[in-house]
Design a protein. Structure first.
Length: 717
C-alpha cells in the first residue's frame, strides 16, 4: 500500500474498526490521515498535575490529578453514588461516579494516588466537576515512551489514552508517508519531513521535539494556504473576462463633470489603477481598504460607471439592508440626474440604481429582478439576496463587495458565477494588518486610501467613566442636547435591543460581565420623557423591517430626527454629514476596531465632532485601557494592530472573515508574521513556475483536499 493510500484508508477498514464509528461521530475523524492529524492539545510530564483552574465548563478533558478522598453515598432512590475529591496541589475539584461499588474505594480511589480522569466539565453550584469520568491510573502498567504524555482533545467514549493508543498503532503500521512540502522549502528552512513530524508531535521525548514538529506544521499550514491563493490568482489571470476600457462621452465623464468635490490624490490614483485593470481581458480582484470616511464609495462608483459605459452592469453587495438602502441612496445622490433613466428630469444618457433585498414585497422584487435581467438597471445594490438563484443579470461586469469581512470567498464565487467572470472590487473600512490581509485575502491585490478628504475636522473622543463620576451621565445627555441645539444630530449606541433580550449577534454581551443596562427600546422612552425631553428621537435596530429601518434612516438623513438610538446596525457605511455627536453606552462591550468603526459615523462633515465612550469599568482595568487607546488615536491601522495583539486569534479572523475560523491550527498571526510572509513568497514562486503543480503531485493532492474539506465545512455551517 502506498503512503497516500494508507492515509486515505477508512478507519473502519483498519484494526480500529470497532472505534471507527465513535471517531466519526464524536471527532469527525474518518480516515487514517485525519486521525494522524488529530494533534495533542497539550503535553504533560509524567506525574505533573493538570492545573484545575485551566478547565472550562462544557469542555471534554483528561485531567491528571491526585485523589484527596472518596466516599460512597446512597441516594433516596437507593442508588449508590461516589463522590471523589481530587487536587492539583492547589485547588480541588469533585467528581461524581454512578453505580459505585464498595471495592472501588479500596482498590482504586485511594487517597494520594494519581490518576487520569476523562469527562465533561460541568458546573455544580459555584464549582466545576467531572460527571462520571473515565478513570485511568498512571501506576497501572501502560508503556509511555519518552518523557511527555500527549493529551488529546477527547470525547465521550474516546479518552485521551485511547486516542493515543490508536495513533501509536497506526504510526507503527505506516509505510513511508508522502511529503506535501517541496524539498526546497524543507531544506531552506530546516524542517522535518511530514512522517517524522508526526512521530515527534504524537510521541515526543522532550518539549524540543514538539517545537520541531510544530514549526513544520506551521510551515505546512502557511504554505498550503498561500499555494491555494497563488493558484486562485493564477486561475484568475488565466480566466477570460470582458475588458471594460474607459470610453469618452459616457457616464463617467458626465459624473466627473458634476462631482461636487475634487477627488483626493489617492482616489484619483486608485481610480486610474482600477481603470487599467478593468481594461484587461482577465478579471480584476482587488481589495480597497480605506479609513472610514476616506471616500471609497466614489472610487467604486467611478469604476462602476466605467463598466456601464461599455454596456455592462455593476452589482454592489452590502452586509445589511440598512446599508444596501443607504448605498443606493448615496449612489443616486452622487449621480443625480444620471441615475434618473426613464424619469422626468433624468439625463439623456442616464442609468438607474435598483435595490434587491430579502424582505421586499413580491411586487418590488419582481420589478427589481426584471430591471436587472433586461439591463435597464445599470447598478443593482443588495444584500445576500443578490446572490440567490433566480437573480439574472443581462451583462454583469463588476461586483463591488462592501465591507468584505461579512462575506466569504465562497459568496464571492457564487456571485462571480452570475456573470462571465466579472471584475471584483472589495471595499473595507476595517484597516487590516498586513499579516491578516495576506492570510485571509491572500488572493486579492490590496490598495489603500490613506488620506481623508480635505476639510474634515478631527473627532474629539473621550472616555466617560461613570463609576468614578456618576453625575457625568447627566452631563453626557446635556452634551447631546447642546449638539442638537447647535443644529446637529447625534447617535446613541446601545449594546442591547431590549432589556429582556438574550445576547445575540447584534446584542453585544460579554459573558464575563453583568448584562448591559442599555437597551434601545428601553432607553428611548426613558430619554424621551427625561433627559432629552423635547428632542426628536428615533430607534434603529436589526429587528425592524427593512422598510421601517430605511424610513428611519432617511428621516435621520433628512434631519427630521435629532437623535438616533441604535444598536451596531449603524456600524458600517452609514453616512450623515450633519451628525456630529456619538455616545457609545457600555463602550467596553465593543471591540477596538468596532468602536473605531462606530466613531467613523461622525466627523463626516466640516463641523467639529465628539464621541463619548461611556463605561462603568474601573480605571485600571484592561477594558478601560482599550477605550483610552481608541480615544488617543484616530489611526485605524494602529488600532487594528492593537486589536490583533489583544484578541484571540479566532476572533480576529472571525471578524475579518466568517467561515475561516477553523483553518488555522498552528499559526499565530502575530508571532508568525515572518513565517507567513516567507511561505507566501515561496508558494507564489512555486506556483508561478509550475501552475498546475505537475511536478508536485503530493502538494496538488493536499490542496485539493483542503478545498474539499472547506466545502464540507461550509455546507455544515
Ligand atoms: P467611506 O470610505 O467610509 O465609504 P464615503 O465614500 O462614504 O467614505 O465618503 C464619506 C463622505 O465623504 C461622503 O459624504 C462623500 O461624498 C465624501 N467625499 C468623498 N470623497 C470626497 C472628496 N474627495 N472630497 C470631499 N468629500 C468627499
Ligand atoms: Mg462606505
Amino acid at each position: 500500500m502506498s503512503g497516500q493510500e494508507f492515509l486515505e484508508q477508512s478507519l473502519a477498514k483498519t484494526f480500529l474498526r470497532r472505534l471507527a464509528k465513535k471517531f466519526a461521530t464524536e471527532l469527525e475523524i474518518e480516515t487514517v490521515g485525519q486521525l494522524l492529524r488529530h494533534f495533542p492539545r497539550r503535553y504533560e510530564e509524567r506525574g505533573e498535575l493538570t492545573p484545575l483552574d485551566s478547565l472550562a465548563e462544557g469542555e471534554y478533558v483528561t485531567v491528571q490529578a491526585e485523589i484527596l478522598r472518596a466516599k460512597i453515598f446512597e441516594t433516596r432512590a437507593r442508588k449508590k453514588l461516589m463522590k471523589v475529591q481530587v487536587t492539583d496541589g492547589r485547588r480541588t475539584m469533585s467528581m461524581t461516579l454512578f453505580n459505585a461499588q464498595p471495592y472501588w474505594l479500596k482498590s482504586w480511589m485511594v487517597p494520594g494516588r494519581r490518576g487520569y480522569f476523562t469527562g465533561k466539565v460541568n458546573r455544580y453550584g459555584k464549582n466545576l466537576e467531572l460527571l462520571h469520568p473515565h478513570t485511568d491510573f498512571e501506576d497501572e502498567p501502560k508503556e509511555v515512551k519518552g518523557g511527555l504524555i500527549p493529551i488529546y482533545p477527547a470525547a465521550s467514549g474516546l479518552t485521551s489514552r485511547k486516542i493515543q493508543t490508536a495513533i501509536e498503532g497506526v504510526l507503527a503500521l505506516a509505510p513511508p508517508l508522502p511529503e506535501p512540502l517541496p524539498d526546497s522549502v524543507i531544506e531552506e528552512f530546516h524542517l522535518v519531513p511530514f512522517h517524522r513530524a508526526l512521530r515527534l508531535i504524537h510521541n515526543p521525548s522532550s518539549r524540543a521535539d514538539v517545537e520541531i514538529a510544530r514549526k513544520r506544521f506551521k510551515w505546512e499550514e502557511a504554505f498550503l494556504l498561500q499555494a491555494t491563493f497563488a493558484q486562485r490568482r493564477h486561475q484568475a489571470q488565466a480566466d477570460p473576462a470582458t475588458p471594460r476600457p474607459r470610453r469618452s462621452g459616457g457616464l463617467l465623464e458626465a459624473f466627473d463633470q458634476r462631482c461636487p468635490f475634487p477627488l483626493t490624490e489617492g482616489q484619483q490614483e486608485i481610480g486610474d489603477l482600477l481603470a487599467e485593470e478593468l481594461a484587461q481581458p482577465h478579471p480584476m480582484n482587488r481589495l480597497l481598504q480605506g479609513e472610514v470616511g476616506s471616500g471609497k464609495t466614489v472610487v467604486a462608483l467611478r469604476a462602476m460607471l466605467t463598466v456601464l459605459d461599455t454596456g455592462g452592469q455593476a452589482a454592489m453587495l452590502a452586509p445589511t439592508e440598512v446599508l444596501a438602502y443607504q448605498h443606493a441612496r448615496s449612489l443616486r445622490q452622487l449621480l443625480g440626474p444620471l441615475a434618473g433613466a426613464g424619469e422626468l428630469g433624468g439625463a439623456e444618457r442616464a442609468t438607474s440604481v435598483v435595490v434587491l433585498t430579502g424582505s421586499q414585497s413580491p411586487a418590488q422584487r419582481r420589478k427589481a429582478l426584471a430591471a436587472i435581467a433586461d439591463g435597464s438597471a445599470g447598478i443593482a445594490v443588495g444584500t445576500h439576496a443578490l446572490l440567490e438563484e433566480g437573480v439574472q443579470f443581462r451583462d454583469l461586469g463588476l461586483v463591488v463587495v462592501d465591507e468584505q469581512h461579512r462575506f466569504g470567498v465562497e459568496q464571492r464565487d457564487t456571485l462571480r458565477a452570475k456573470g462571465a467572470n466579472p471584475h471584483v472590487l472589495v471595499l473595507t473600512a476595517t484597516p487590516i494588518p498586513r499579516t491578516v490581509a495576506i492570510t485571509v485575502f491572500g488572493d486579492l491585490e490590496v490598495s489603500s486610501l490613506t488620506e481623508l478628504p480635505a476639510g474634515r475636522s478631527p473627532i474629539d473622543t473621550r472616555v466617560v467613566p461613570v463609576v468614578d463620576h456618576p453625575k457625568w451621565m447627566a452631563r453626557v445627555w446635556q452634551r447631546v442636547r447642546e449638539e442638537v441645539e447647535a443644529g446637529h444630530q447625534v447617535y446613541i449606541v446601545c449594546p442591547l435591543i431590549s432589556a429582556d433580550d438574550k445576547p445575540g449577534p447584534e446584542n453585544i454581551q460579554n459573558d464575563e460581565k453583568p448584562k448591559s443596562r442599555y437597551a434601545v427600546l428601553n432607553l428611548l422612552p426613558e430619554l424621551e420623557g427625561g433627559a432629552l425631553f423635547g428632542l426628536r428621537l428615533a430607534a434603529l435596530h436589526g429587528r425592524m423591517g427593512a422598510d421601517e429601518k430605511d424610513a428611519v434612516m432617511s428621516a435621520f438623513a433628512r434631519g427630521q430626527v435629532d437623535v438616533l438610538i441604535a444598536t451596531t446596525v449603524i456600524e458600517v457605511g452609514v453616512d450623515v454629514a450633519n451628525a456630529t455627536g456619538m455616545v457609545v453606552l457600555d463602550a467596553d462591550r465593543f471591540g477596538i476596531s468596532q468602536l473605531h468603526q462606530l466613531r467613523g459615523r461622525v466627523g463626516r462633515g466640516s463641523a467639529a465632532s465628539i464621541c463619548l465612550l461611556v463605561t462603568s469599568e474601573a480605571a485600571a482595568s484592561p477594558a478601560r485601557r482599550r477605550l483610552e487607546a481608541v480615544a488617543s488615536t484616530a489611526d485605524g491601522f494602529e488600532l487594528a494592530e492593537l486589536d490583533l495583539a489583544e484578541r484571540r486569534e479566532g476572533d480576529v479572523l472571525g471578524t475579518v472573515q466568517a467561515g475561516r475560523k477553523r483553518s488555522l491550527r498552528f499559526l499565530e498571526l502575530r508571532r508568525d508574521a515572518d513565517l507567513i510572509r516567507a511561505a507566501r513568497e515561496r508558494a507564489f514562486r512555486l506556483v508561478g513556475s509550475d501552475p498546475e503543480l505537475h511536478r508536485h503531485p503530493v502538494l496538488a493532492q493536499a490542496l485539493r483536499f483542503t478545498l474539499e474539506e472547506k466545502a464540507v465545512y461550509l455546507e455544515k455551517a
